[in-house]
Design a protein around this ligand. Structure first.
Ligand SMILES: NC(=O)c1ccc[n+]([C@@H]2O[C@H](COP(=O)([O-])OP(=O)(O)OC[C@H]3O[C@@H](n4cnc5c(N)ncnc54)[C@H](O)[C@@H]3O)[C@@H](O)[C@H]2O)c1
Length: 340
């Protein structure tokens, strides 16, 4: 392909609009050919900013559009299964935002449909795998710099999210990123989970468990703890520390400039995922497009989406029951054997 790859974007909300702008401004090998949103005005406004030629209210019109070569799904989780399966039916590559689907059963149906097709068309939007700091952390870990890992400490704090973002959403929408990071960094599946919730912050709506403490038991006895705090108020703060046999690796604050004033030293913290992971979104989309052009997909697979979904499902059960829950994975189809 000498010309740019035509991408159709489904969902023109916060994430869809970010992806549209990233493709238009930073991914030379692709262009936004069409945008769909059930809110046609929103789709029109986003498409106009990047001179995308076609706008649809129905996502299936984008998938069926003969000029659309690849689809980016950034609509809510409940829509993912139907749309990803439609892309598989149409034989079109699809980058689906996390979570892969709203339930573990739906994730499994996607894995089975893709495995039956026999070629990898689905990538899941676990963009942290492209964040330069996480990439470097994994490179050093894999290089043996701290020896074999024993513990992984993760922190996932947001300034605030909409009031409707409940106890379950924190697991399915936020912690799912840390679940994927744990599987990817350790190269191990998660065998069991326990979710604990301390006294809820007074900023949480009544009945909502925020913060939560998630304990993941990886194969081989490595333990992972994830603090999820959706209404932490002060900043968007993502942390990850690996404790190994001979040292510790941790994401460092990214601000290139430290401010010293009034007897203190401080660094700026990001306000949200759009700024913290801007480079990750660029590198994710660039790698996706390059992989499609080279017919060599390399990103997080439908299996990764399913496995993260199975762990999330166990977390939901643990949150509801207060118990430790085993994670049961279906057999991994041959299509995914070589990956993650
Ligand atoms: N990777 C990340 O860092 C990240 C960050 C935020 C959101 N997300 C994911 O992106 C997805 C969207 O999240 P968001 O925050 O942008 O939500 P949002 O509510 O801001 O936007 C969703 C958009 O999808 C549209 N929509 C709903 N149903 C549709 C359908 N059937 N067809 C077409 N459009 C439809 C809505 O009208 C809305 O404009 C979710 O899966 C979310 O988990 C990922």
């Amino acid at each position: 392909l000498s010309r740019a790859l035509n991408v159709g974007v489904v969902g023109a909300g916060a994430m869809g609009a970010t992806h549209v702008h990233t493709i238009a401004s930073a991914v030379a090998a692709a262009r936004v050919a069409a945008v769909a949103d059930v809110d046609l005005e929103r789709a029109t406004a986003v498409a106009r900013e990047v001179a995308a030629s076609r706008v649809h209210a129905d996502a299936h019109d984008v998938i069926a559009d003969a000029s659309v070569e690849a689809v980016l799904v950034a609509s809510p989780a409940e829509t993912h299964e139907e749309l990803v399966l439609a892309c598989l039916d149409a034989g079109k590559p699809v980058l689906c935002e996390k979570p892969l689907a709203a339930t573990v059963e739906a994730c499994r149906r996607i894995v089975e449909a893709e495995a039956a097709l026999g070629r990898r068309l689905v990538q899941v939007g676990f963009m942290r795998r492209y964040d330069p700091a996480y990439v470097e952390l994994k490179r050093l870990l894999d290089g043996g710099e701290v020896g074999d890992p024993l513990l992984l400490h993760c922190v996932h704090r947001n300034v605030d999210l909409r009031p409707s973002f409940g106890s379950e959403g924190a697991l399915t929408e936020s912690v799912v990123h840390d679940i994927d990071v744990a599987r990817w960094l350790l190269g191990r599946e998660i065998a069991a989970v326990t979710v604990l919730a301390p006294r809820a912050t007074r900023h949480a709506p009544p009945g909502v468990r925020d913060p939560q403490l998630v304990l993941l038991e990886a194969d081989g006895g490595v333990l992972v703890d994830v603090e999820s705090f959706v209404r932490a108020k002060y900043a968007y703060d993502i942390r990850c520390e690996v404790v190994g046999e001979s040292g510790v690796l941790a994401l460092a604050p990214r601000a290139p400039v430290g401010l010293r004033r009034d007897g203190r030293e401080s660094v700026a913290l990001p306000g949200g995922f759009e700024t913290r992971f801007a480079q990750a979104y660029r590198d994710e989309l660039e790698a996706w497009v390059e992989g499609l052009r080279a017919a060599a997909p390399s990103g997080p697979t439908a299996w990764d989406g399913y496995a993260a979904g199975a762990v999330t499902d166990a977390c939901l059960q643990s949150l509801a029951s207060g118990r430790r829950i085993d994670v049961r994975l279906a057999p991994r189809p041959g299509l995914y054997r070589a990956s993650g």
